[in-house]
Ligand binder design. Structure first.
Ligand SMILES: NC(=O)c1ccc[n+]([C@@H]2O[C@H](COP(=O)([O-])OP(=O)(O)OC[C@H]3O[C@@H](n4cnc5c(N)ncnc54)[C@H](O)[C@@H]3O)[C@@H](O)[C@H]2O)c1
Ligand SMILES: O=C(O)[C@H](O)COP(=O)(O)O
Length: 413
């Protein structure tokens, strides 16, 4: 097979990876011939982020970097974004789509890591270990079974029964826990897990409640004073989803009153941008709270896998145009195009664009080797393989750019 060459030289494609993304990602880019890969240890914000992104063709971020509509608007060279994590709420997905920028993520690679942490926390909270640990560190010694329970036979309430929630449920059952879940979608129960009659039913029955919903307008502060009051008195709460899901002041008050017996919190409404910044939260200083710095998915195994998975998706899009598993874009799986020039045309999904594209090719008398089209509500993505000279391809691209509704074109050969 002939080596794939892009019309825009690969050695000039600038890749910037923020937030300490695994070196496994760099290896994927380098193996594919990308020479300019910059690895930054933390996220940037404001003018610094805009400036850095403006010079990049490909960026990789984790949960911290906020790629807003403003950042997208100034990122004129940017062709694709990789979220080296599950959550994509930190990216303005619509702004990216309308700028012709597909966004990719790693939907599965860290789910096991989160599930293991959550299960460990459920055990520690049910045993009152956070308090005992803190007391020992202060020179105290409370050898007592008071308030310490096995998890066996207790009820775990899972809110959001998706990839992580289901894994937590399976692991919890293997320890003998009863698993109840609540989801807005109808979900197949794994093992002996049971769907609760609703969130209130789950809250009334669970000894430990764990949250695994994404950040959406509907999940913002979905867990506040009202929901906490419906929990069993003294039950425990785990949040490793997103910091905006829980009303943190209401949780602090409930921990003080004893309504919540203990909590494990990995995500916060405001998180430090990097490891040198100070962490502050109303939950700090409480012995019955396990605080972790958003490390649910931070294991070497998960990060290594995520690096490989997302970098491979970005390389594939950059080299070949495939958008399979993009989270904001029409999905097209494309074959190799050795011997043809591949023209990518991204346009607003309005009537008449495709007929103008096809008219152009018939007018130019260019033979089409293959054509692929997918649309979603806002955008159409048409990929045309042609056997033409570089000059003809450049002329076709210029003419495509003139078609009303065109958002972006690229040529690969
Ligand atoms: N702490 C970490 O390091 C870490 C790591 C990975 C993921 N996460 C977070 O965990 C979230 C969940 O991950 P996942 O892979 O399980 O996602 P997923 O999409 O597979 O599952 C989410 C589930 O929540 C359900 N849901 C959505 N809105 C809901 C609502 N209002 N009420 C009840 N259920 C609702 C969905 O139907 C879905 O089943 C991610 O979106 C991410 O924000 C955090
Ligand atoms: O969305 C995710 O996968 C998690 O929140 C992990 O994010 P991180 O890569 O910033 O640790």
């Amino acid at each position: 097979m002939t080596a794939l060459k892009t019309s825009f030289p690969k050695q000039d494609i600038r890749v910037v990876l923020f937030e300490g993304i695994s070196r496994s990602a760099v290896e994927v880019f380098e193996a594919a011939g990308y020479a300019q890969v910059e690895l930054l240890p933390k996220s940037l914000a404001g003018a610094d982020l805009i400036e850095k992104v403006a010079g990049a063709h490909i960026i990789g971020i984790r949960s911290r970097t906020q790629v807003t509509a403003e950042v997208v608007a100034q990122a004129r060279k940017l062709i694709t974004i990789g979220c080296f994590c599950i959550g994509t709420n930190q990216v303005d997905l619509e702004a990216a789509e309308l700028a012709g920028i597909p966004v990719f993520n790693a939907p599965y690679s860290n789910t096991r890591s989160v599930a293991e942490l959550v299960l460990a926390e459920a055990i520690l909270l049910m045993r009152g270990i956070p308090q005992k640990n803190a007391e020992c560190h202060r020179g105290g010694w409370s050898k007592s079974a008071l308030g310490s329970h096995e998890v066996r036979g207790k009820t775990l309430g899972i809110v959001g029964y998706g990839h992580i929630g289901t894994q937590v449920g399976v692991l919890a059952e293997s320890l003998g826990m009863q698993v109840l879940f609540h989801d807005i979608e109808a979900k197949l129960s794994l093992g002996n897990a049971r769907a609760a009659a609703g969130l209130d039913d789950l809250l009334a029955r669970a000894d430990v409640v764990t949250l695994h919903v994404p950040e959406t307008p509907a999940t913002q502060l979905m867990f506040g004073a009202e929901q906490i009051a419906r929990m069993k008195p003294g039950a425990h709460l785990i949040n490793a989803s997103r910091g905006t899901v829980v009303d943190i002041d209401a949780l602090a008050a409930a921990l003080d009153s004893g309504q919540v017996g203990g909590a494990a919190v990995d995500v916060f409404p405001v998180e430090p941008k990097g490891n040198d910044d100070r962490f502050e939260s109303p939950l700090v200083g409480r012995d019955n709270v396990i605080l972790t710095p958003h490390v649910g998915g931070s294991t070497l195994e998960a990060q290594d896998n995520i690096g490989t998975e997302v970098a491979a998706k970005l390389v594939r899009y950059s080299d070949n145009g495939s958008t399979l598993s993009a989270v904001n874009f029409p999905e097209v799986t494309l074959p190799e195009h050795a011997g043809s020039h591949r023209i990518l045309h991204i346009h607003r999904n309005v009537p008449g664009v495709l007929s103008k594209v096809n008219e152009l090719f018939s007018r130019e008398g260019v033979n089409i080797d293959g054509q692929f089209l997918r649309t979603d509500a806002k955008v159409g993505y048409v990929v045309i393989d042609v056997a033409s000279s570089p000059e003809t391809t450049a002329r076709l691209r210029a003419a495509l750019n003139e078609i009303e509704g065109t958002l972006r074109t690229r040529v690969l050969y």
